[in-house]
Design a protein around this ligand. Structure first.
Ligand code: BG6
Length: 294
């Protein structure tokens, strides 16, 4: 159906009532609601749903470059291209009656090939599972016919909706090494217990566990992020000063968002012709009383 500014979007509905919305623009999930109709992702009220500006919020796909780690535009071009729906998606290995999913495809345009001279096929499957879990699976295949390998970096740039950033903590990243984007990507080691927020943060945690938890004390909600094929995790909150400088973000929005991004940044991924990479993100949102840390 049609979304903001007439852009095409797909709405997924799971039997118990949870929903997800995916825009073909950017192949971007912009909404994920639980069975109570509560929005779990942050999308800015100032988001500009108009090419070439990427939609501020949801889950932008950063490919083939994360941030400014290369010569391409910031975060690569996948987030501001129109993806297509795969009319013949591969079936699920198990029964599908309790899952809703859509398969999207991104293929290079002539313009993209000028900036990044490679041929590839990028398939993104977005699935809403039983209980409302949201799964994103990316498969990227090198279809170069000139025998050349290519390398890329990647992130699921997830904007979680939080009640108050000062009341949020992340578990699973303590004691890890990180590259601090606010200090010329210098490497540090995280000290102390869980990660909390009281100022701008822009860090790439390297070689993280595959499970990370985001605890929202005020909402009494815990997000559990599971990832596969993505060794790193980016944590970003622009805080007040930078939020004011971002045109498509409200001045106070930083209080209600937190980006925790399953990513491959420190070491780029390389594919030879014919090879395929798979990167998976699985999100669930549970009442804090149900979260035991296991
Ligand atoms: C984060 C980066 O992933 O995205 C930050 O680590 C960046 O450095 C942020 O500022 C937002 O990027 P953009 O291009 O969407 O404004």
């Amino acid at each position: 159906c049609k979304g903001v500014n007439g852009l095409d979007k797909v709405v997924l509905r799971e039997v118990r009532g949870s929903t997800a919305e995916v825009y073909l623009y950017g192949g971007q999930v912009t909404s994920w609601k639980n069975d109570l109709g509560e929005e779990l992702l942050f999308t800015s009220s100032k988001a500009i749903f108009k090419p070439p500006k990427a939609i501020r919020g949801g889950i932008p796909i950063c490919f083939p470059q994360f941030s400014n780690h290369g010569n391409l535009e910031q975060h690569g071009f996948a987030r501001n291209r129109i993806w297509t729906i795969d009319p013949n998606p591969a079936p699920f290995p198990t029964a599908t009656c309790d899952k809703a999913f859509v398969d999207l495809i991104l293929s290079p345009s002539d313009e993209d090939t000028k900036a990044w001279p490679h041929s590839y096929e990028f398939r993104l499957r977005v699935t809403l599972g039983p209980g409302g879990d949201l799964m994103l699976t990316s498969r990227i295949r090198n279809t170069n016919t000139d025998g050349k390998a290519f390398s890329f970096t990647f992130a699921y740039h997830t904007y979680f909706s939080v009640s108050d950033i000062s009341e949020v903590r992340i578990e699973g990243l303590e004691t890890l090494d990180y590259l601090d984007n606010l200090q010329e990507k210098e490497r540090f080691t995280e000290q102390g217990d869980a990660i909390t927020f009281e100022s701008e943060v822009d860090k790439v945690y390297v070689g993280t566990p595959n499970k990370i938890a985001i605890l929202d004390h005020e909402k009494k909600r815990t997000f559990v992020l599971r990832k596969d094929g993505l060794p790193d995790a980016v944590v970003w909150n622009p805080w007040d000063k930078k939020a004011k400088a971002i045109v498509d973000l409200g001045d106070e929005d930083y209080k209600h968002m937190l980006c925790v991004e399953a990513a491959a940044v420190e070491k780029s991924l390389t594919l030879k012709p014919g090879e395929e990479w798979k990167g998976r993100l699985e999100l669930s949102a549970v009442p804090s009383t149900y979260y035991s840390g296991q």
